[in-house]
Design a protein around this ligand. Structure first.
Ligand code: ZN
Length: 378
């Protein structure tokens, strides 16, 4: 018995014996219950595995081993998420072809995972940049495309000017790129979309029975959106002049809003456009442009999660323009504010401060009218 833990004295021998016995290969066996243990596939970088990777992979391996000992037929595979701009940028920086570079990095990851002793079935290793794998990605995409479930549109995405790549909200940390620390900007880009809105009601109802924290479920609900509601058009009818007077708006400008609460339209006392909304520059009174642009610049540096946060003070400005509420025949002021996002719905809302928490906060801090129009039944 050793008094100190000295893994180098025995681990190599165990690795050799596991490998010889082909211990972690999964073979089909209908007589045993199945268990599928899958971790995210890492993007293989030149830096090798990090402790952060292992924080994910080791607990899953513990679970996979426990399930094997309980008699389950465990499938525990590993692969490489090797496609995309990170690999391309690294290849450019190194002056290498990405194919050979990715293969080499993946070999390093595999060697390190073996050193740690993770029980993967390497006979099932996949690489997302390998044609034998991505032919299936292409097949699935084409199937969605043919059925009208994949389409092209425009979206104000998080953009890192240094990495030259789009970032997910989770990849923006305090307004900076998680990879290189450059301030992230919003850039309107043509993108492919999947039409998950066709499945919104099903996705929403399937969330209810899931045992997740309510906050996470709320984020998912916001992200899925709701398909049942009304979308209709507002027309810009008035515009403030430099001397403070209000004149008829010169020109034809319209925007669409989506609401799940059309019953509250009589309480819509103002409208809010996302600062990135294409109509903003055209309808904003000249003497208000500087303030409106400042809102947009600040919004571009703020993550969507922060912009949607309940507790945060909403940043906005009056455009000087007014839209007609056809239901009350009133011209209501149009604001830009960072809590309305271009990528959600139409990028414009009718604000009903008496019946919406965020509209209420914005109305309160901007001294806008709050009109209660739907009473409670009690
Ligand atoms: Zn970056």
């Amino acid at each position: 018995m050793l008094s100190r833990y000295e893994p180098e004295r025995f681990e190599a021998e165990w690795r050799r014996r596991w490998k010889e016995a082909d211990l972690f290969r999964t073979v089909e066996d209908p007589s045993r219950p199945k268990f599928y243990a899958l971790d995210f596939f890492p993007y293989p970088s030149g830096a090798g595995l990090s402790v952060g990777h292992l924080r994910n992979y080791i607990p899953t391996d513990v679970l996979a081993r426990a399930k094997r000992m309980q008699g389950f037929n465990v499938l525990h595979p590993m692969g490489w998420d090797a496609f995309g701009l990170p690999a391309e940028n690294e290849a450019i920086a190194k002056g290498r072809h990405p194919a050979g570079m990715v293969r080499e990095y993946a070999e390093t990851y595999k060697r390190q995972q073996d050193l740690v002793g993770i029980s993967y079935d390497w006979s099932r290793e996949v690489n997302s940049s390998d044609p034998s794998f991505y032919k299936w990605t292409q097949y699935i995409f084409l199937t969605l495309f043919k059925r009208g479930l994949a389409y092209r549109g425009e979206y104000a995405a998080n953009w890192c000017p240094s990495c030259q790549t789009v970032l997910a909200n989770e990849e923006v940390e305090g307004g900076l790129c998680w990879r290189c620390g450059t301030p992230v900007v919003k850039k309107v880009l043509p993108q492919w979309f999947f039409k998950i809105t066709d499945y919104a009601e099903r996705l929403l109802s399937d969330l209810d029975p899931i045992d997740w924290p309510e906050g996470i479920k709320m984020m998912q609900r916001n992200w899925i959106g709701r398909s049942e509601g009304a979308e209709f058009e507002w027309r810009v009818v008035k515009q403030e002049q430099e001397d403070g007077s209000v004149e008829d708006f010169d020109g034809d400008a319209r925007f669409r809003v989506f609401t799940t609460r059309i019953d509250t339209v009589f309480g819509a006392t103002f409208c809010v456009l996302a600062p990135e909304h294409p109509l903003v520059e055209r309808i904003t009174a000249r003497h208000r442009l500087a303030a409106v642009r400042a809102v947009r610049e600040q919004a571009e540096r703020t993550t969507e999660q922060d912009r949607l946060a309940e507790s945060r003070e909403k940043v906005g400005a009056f455009t000087g323009a007014y839209a007609l509420n056809e239901f009350t025949n009133e011209a209501v002021p149009i604001y830009v504010a960072d809590y309305v996002l271009m990528g959600y719905g139409t990028g414009a809302i009718m604000a009903v401060p008496a019946h919406d928490e965020r509209d209420f906060e914005f109305a309160s801090s901007n001294r806008l009218e709050i009109r209660r129009v739907v009473g409670s039944a009690a």
